[in-house]
Design a protein around this ligand. Structure first.
Ligand code: NAP
Length: 452
């Protein structure tokens, strides 16, 4: 029997486990999916925005996989210093697939990033998603104006959450304290700012369109900024997603020109060709705005500075400029790309494939693509693993891995523990007159799991 450990229970980990049990070349496989948190599903639980219920419902598909009798879930077990080491996993399993994602946010590298009111979008997402490591209620939501730097889907998520009213968020599983803080938010203007043009924005069209349908916010684009983009006049040659994005933005620009109705409570402005150069302080340690340099297309897909500047007033700044993988002690790491070096999913140590060690998901290919992108990515890795399996299964394993985990003094949360957390979250929601409400702290989660 082939024993595999999968590290990480986000989409790439779960799809790797699914590929392992669905294949037919190795008939007998057992998979243990490990997670640092007591809860499964990774970014589907802790990254997908609470108002994206359809995407969140993917949890049901992931759940069905984790309930397969050949797959076990073990939460609250960290792989890394203080937890299980890669050498330990190699000893106790025939193969290990690392699906640990890319958890670290990228910095802008401009002065003023440390001011009160300046945060990474990752921290903001973790907070409204009830991640137990999230940093409290420290967001400057008393702000009237917010700047979101970046025009990817994370930027769209955080801009949308800022533009929604509390009544729109109450039916979601957003934690109760975050709901209260968002309900009291003073933010009335949100500026989402890209350093390049509209035809180069990273958001997907479905996500972009949603901004135009927000009940309490008007969306605004500046036609002059759109026309700076050489592809704006004739988007026919663009990849489909970029072409559709440009069409949506054009529709908004046209609608705005003819509009004269009552303004909504909030305003969401999409800005382009502005590169952040400084987060401006108010002299008392708080954000007062962001200074941008106007950029111009350089004709090669990039931009160049124009030497003219603009300050957008804001008391809250969220930088949504992408994630980065971080090194895992005991595994090789390419600091340039923030990924583990690999060949078709086989971990490379000093350029050579390391038998029994694999990667899938963002730690393999970088933080790109949508959830579904992880399925073929995990499949490629599992095909490599299966090709190596005849050699790997020859090795005798030392014994039951879960017992060995407990002997190390760790306290794993198994599937019944997770189900107990789910039940506690449903009960919490009922007690608050809401639907399921997520438990936002370690003590609450582990208490609910009750040592199961
Ligand atoms: P992303 O798609 O890579 O977007 C990052 C944005 O930040 C880009 O607009 C980028 O501009 C900009 N940027 C990078 N460095 C910058 C700098 N120094 N100054 C100013 N702007 C800078 O990253 P993401 O939004 O974090 O998303 C990560 C992945 O998760 C993506 O694949 C995304 O689609 C996915 N995701 C999907 C959903 C969904 O499907 N609903 C939701 C959330 C996330 P340049 O293009 O000029 O570099």
């Amino acid at each position: 029997m082939l024993h595999v450990a999968v590290v990480g229970s986000g989409p790439s980990g779960v799809y790797a486990a699914q590929s392992l049990v669905q294949q037919t070349s190795v008939p007998d496989v057992r998979v243990l999916v490990l997670d640092r948190l007591p809860c499964p599903y990774g970014l589907v639980r802790y990254g997908v925005a609470p108002d994206h219920e359809k995407i969140k419902s993917l949890q049901n598909n992931l759940r069905a996989v984790l309930e397969d009798e050949r797959i076990g879930f073990v939460g609250n077990v960290e792989v890394g210093p203080g937890g299980l080491r890669p050498e330990w996993l190699r000893t106790h399993f025939h193969a290990v697939v690392y699906c640990v994602g890319a958890a670290v946010d990228r910095k802008l590298g401009v002065p003023g990033e440390e001011l009160y009111g300046s945060h990474s979008a990752t921290d903001f997402v973790s907070w409204y998603s009830a991640h137990p490591d999230a940093v409290g209620n420290g967001f400057a939501l008393e702000a009237r104006s917010a700047v979101v730097v970046g025009v990817g889907n994370v930027a769209v998520d955080v801009a949308r959450i800022l533009a929604r009213g509390a009544d729109e968020l109450r039916p979601t599983d957003v934690p109760h304290a975050a709901l209260g803080a968002l309900a009291a938010s003073g933010v009335r203007a949100v500026h989402m700012v890209g350093r390049r043009g509209p035809s180069q924005a990273k958001f997907t069209t479905k996500e972009l369109r949603e901004l135009g349908a927000l009940p309490k916010a008007d969306v605004a684009v500046d036609p002059a900024e759109l026309t700076l983009d050489p592809a704006y006049a004739d988007p026919a040659g663009l990849p489909a997603v970029n072409r559709r994005n440009v069409e949506v933005l054009r529709g908004w620009a046209d609608a705005e020109a003819g509009e004269g109705g009552t303004p909504a409570e909030r305003r969401l402005a999409l800005r382009f060709f502005l590169r952040p150069v400084e987060i401006v302080g108010d002299g008392a340690g708080r954000v007062a705005g962001v200074r941008f340099e106007r950029t111009l297309p350089d004709g090669r897909g990039g931009v160049r500075g124009s030497g003219t500047y603009e300050v957008i007033e804001a008391q809250l700044v969220l930088r949504a400029v992408g994630y980065r993988g971080s090194p895992l002690a005991g595994l090789p790491f390419d600091a340039g790309s923030g990924t583990v070096p690999h060949l078709a999913g086989r971990v490379l140590r000093d350029g050579a494939a390391s038998p029994g060690e694999y990667v899938a998901g963002w730690i393999k290919r970088g933080p790109t693509g949508v959830i579904g992108t992880n399925r073929p990515c995990a499949k490629e890795t599992v095909l490599s693993l299966l090709a190596d399996a005849p050699d790997l299964v020859r090795r005798r394993l030392p014994g039951e891995p879960l017992e060995a985990v407990r002997e190390l003094g760790l306290s794993p949360v198994q599937w019944p523990g997770w189900l107990a957390i789910e039940a506690a979250e449903a009960a919490l929601g009922a007690s608050l007159g809401r639907r399921t409400v997520k438990i936002p702290d370690w003590a609450g989660l582990l208490g609910a799991a009750g040592g199961r």
